[in-house]
Design a binder for this molecule. Structure first.
Ligand code: CU
Length: 113
């Protein structure tokens, strides 16, 4: 039993070391008709190329969060809710995020250089 706990602790440490230094971005869609992508409390408009952790909170069963750009096409489901974590490698270019059913107004973008 102690051995299992120890293994769990080692795995946890390894996981936290692997993500150390990687910037986490927070995406939110819903519960109202809003979609956002932030780094801390600041809206993301430009980033340096590299690997980022995207923590997406899909707070509504009528919205989703769909991110597209060079090498990336990731989305949450419209009918689903919950948190998704994506580790993504961003390249130079423009990335866009939308809520698919309301993409004419629930949208945003950022550039990567
Ligand atoms: Cu929507």
């Amino acid at each position: 039993m102690k051995y299992v706990l120890l293994l769990g602790l080692v795995a946890l440490l390894a996981a936290s070391t692997a993500t150390a230094g990687t910037v986490t971005l927070t995406g939110t869609t819903g519960p109202g008709f809003t979609i956002t992508l932030k780094k801390g409390t600041t809206k993301v408009t430009k980033l340096k190329a590299g690997t980022y952790i995207f923590k997406i909170s899909d707070k509504s069963s009528i919205h989703n969060f769909h991110l597209t750009g060079p090498g990336v096409n990731k989305k949450t489901s419209v009918g689903g809710k919950g948190t998704s974590t994506w580790k993504l490698k961003l390249k130079k270019g423009t990335y866009k995020y939308v809520c698919d059913p309301h993409k004419t107004f629930m949208k945003g973008s950022f550039t990567v250089s």
